[in-house]
Design a protein around this ligand. Sequence first.
Ligand code: ADP
Ligand code: MG
Length: 255
Amino acid sequence: MVLMTPVMIMGDESAALRLDDVHRTYGTGPEAVRALRGVDVAFARGGFTAVMGPSGSGKSTLLQCAAGLDRPDRGRVVLDGTDLSGLGENQLTVLRREKLGFVFQAFNLVGSLTAEQNVGLPLRLAGRRPDRAEIHQALAAVGLAERARHLPSQLSGGQQQRVAVARALITRPKMLFADEPTGALDSTSSRDVLTLLRDLVDRDGQSTVMVTHDPVAASYADRVLFLADGTVVGDLERPSAQQIAERMTALETAA
Ligand code: ADP
Ligand code: MG
């Protein structure tokens, strides 16, 4: 099979990911919902960005489009120099597998597999035999070297989410996407997971985008992007949890 060469977009080399005038409407006619209405944003390489906004403002849709899980109706998404709109479904699947990592609120670990087997899964899916040392290094990086043989049910919520982070990073993704990664955790476990994400950015330059509704979680990021009604309405650099909470209150009052 001959794969089409992905279109390379030059310029703005500092961005790991860019959305140019992205629109996404669900449904048609009077029932249509304009979830994204012209989003322009660039995510810096090695940066940690939080995306916030009232419920229904388009955060999940933005993440889905950015991660090639959904397609914009208009505009384009450029990931690591590749315009995703030029890719077919199979190419998008390969790109997601090789270049992106995902962490979800519900951990999404396979319950019948041990921590180390879960971490090795993305490599198996990519047709590689997982290397023991590589997996142990990944588990050690999230502080769980001693839990390699445990099943998810034998781990706390925070530990399970750290296994999910190790799994997301085993392919050394260009971008890590996290959708409400602390939404199911207590405050102590949340802090562990957020400190881990922060360390990965500081230590390894891991580009990360995290959707959250929690101002404390967002305050771990370098930059917080605010969405309302499908557009970017604000952007704060290194804000405190207090500043973030104030901005959110203003947006929710306006909504
Ligand atoms: P958020 O994550 O900020 O809560 P979403 O991106 O999930 O927002 O949703 C944005 C808007 O699009 C909302 O009005 C939501 O109801 C609508 N929406 C999301 N997904 C769908 C879908 N699959 N079909 C129809 N409407 C949708
Ligand atoms: Mg959402």
